[in-house]
Design a protein around this ligand. Structure first.
Ligand code: ADP
Ligand code: MG
Length: 319
């Protein structure tokens, strides 16, 4: 029923930034090299995401908006070893339940562009490969939720945050974001993480950072860590990823903090962007589709490894 759809949608779509996250992750999954995001009214009025990925074939356009329709999991084994970002086939259906959605796409190998809007598939203008998804009037069906939204500026900042996280995990993809026609982010494709990270992390890091790059068996930690000279009072530039997914994790964060213990005193916060890669069986990411939590099977081992990798990078000898 529509009510059940709306309740389920509330779990996935909490605010405009949740919509942007799902749409942009889908574009990345589709192999896009360039993703453009335009928002109006902090995303509540309008969100438009355009990508140059593989597109959606005409016969799958209707399906894409249906619950549990995903083209990304073929069997149970894959379900347990999910590596692509989206995995439940719920995002588009959830967005469709709480907003007015139109999807337009020119699929790889197809000769024309098709569009679905209000359940109807029609031909559309458009000659470049890829997908264009427009979301209008978010939460117009659920005014109670709309009331909880913060100011447009706050929602736009959350959106920029979400895009930044996805951009850090995908340096080879170019991202641009505009709010009410004003550019918020312009991130050209970068050959490496360092180049991308230095565009997103505070500019004082450009000269004040070290590269982290350590491997041990099936584990690796790569990224950049700010030197104490670039630390400040606010912890606004701390990014941690596990297997390409942004996380907030106490074990991971504590290990980084511990590595800074001897070089950073007082209340100052270092900036960093770190990517931990571990075997999928060593971590449970399916705690909740939208949550940023993970559970490590052996957190002691992760802690020791992360601390050592960051300490090594920060050590004066590696200058
Ligand atoms: P999931 O990403 O979990 O599969 P979604 O609801 O986010 O579920 O998307 C449903 C399906 O729609 C995807 O599996 C994919 O086949 C298709 N799709 C959505 N967005 C895009 C896009 N930008 N490019 C290509 N295909 C897309
Ligand atoms: Mg998805």
């Amino acid at each position: 029923s529509e009510l059940i759809s709306q309740i389920a949608a509330g779990e996935v779509i909490e605010r405009p930034a949740s919509v942007v996250k799902e749409l942009v992750e889908n574009a990345v999954d589709a192999g896009a090299t360039s993703i453009e995001i335009r928002i109006e009214g902090g995303g509540l009025k309008r969100i438009l995401v355009t990508d140059d990925g593989c597109g959606i074939p005409k016969e799958e356009l209707g399906l894409a908006l249906k619950r549990h329709a995903t083209s990304k999991i073929r069997n149970l084994f894959e379900l347990e070893n999910v590596t692509s970002l989206g995995f439940r086939g719920e995002a588009l259906a959830s967005i469709d339940a709480v907003a007015a959605v139109s999807v337009q796409s020119l699929a790889e190998g197809a000769t024309r562009t098709w569009k679905i809007e209000g359940g109807e598939v029609t031909p559309a203008a458009g000659t470049t490969r890829g997908t264009r998804i427009e979301v209008r009037d978010l939460f117009y069906k659920t005014p109670a939720r709309r009331k909880f939204m913060k100011s447009e500026t706050t929602e736009a900042a959350h959106i920029a945050d979400q895009v930044s996280r996805i951009a850090l995990a995908n340096p080879q993809v170019s991202f641009r974001l505009w709010n009410n026609g004003r550019e918020m982010l312009n991130l050209p494709a970068s050959p490496d993480l360092e180049g991308r990270a230095l565009k997103i992390l505070p500019s004082r890091l450009e000269v004040n950072h070290r590269v982290v790059d350590m491997e041990a068996g099936s584990m690796s930690l790569v990224g950049i860590v700010g030197l104490p000279a670039a630390a400040k009072a606010k912890a606004d530039a701390q990014y941690l990823f596990v297997n390409g997914r942004f996380v907030r994790d106490r074990v991971f964060a504590h290990a980084v903090r511990a590595a800074y213990q001897d070089v950073l005193h007082g209340q100052l916060q270092p900036s960093y962007c770190l990517f931990l890669t571990i075997a999928p069986t060593e971590v449970d990411v399916n705690v909740h589709p939208t949550k940023t939590e993970v559970r490590f099977r052996d957190s002691g081992r992760i802690h020791a490894f992360v601390q050592k990798a960051v300490e090594t990078a920060l050590a004066p000898a590696s200058a």
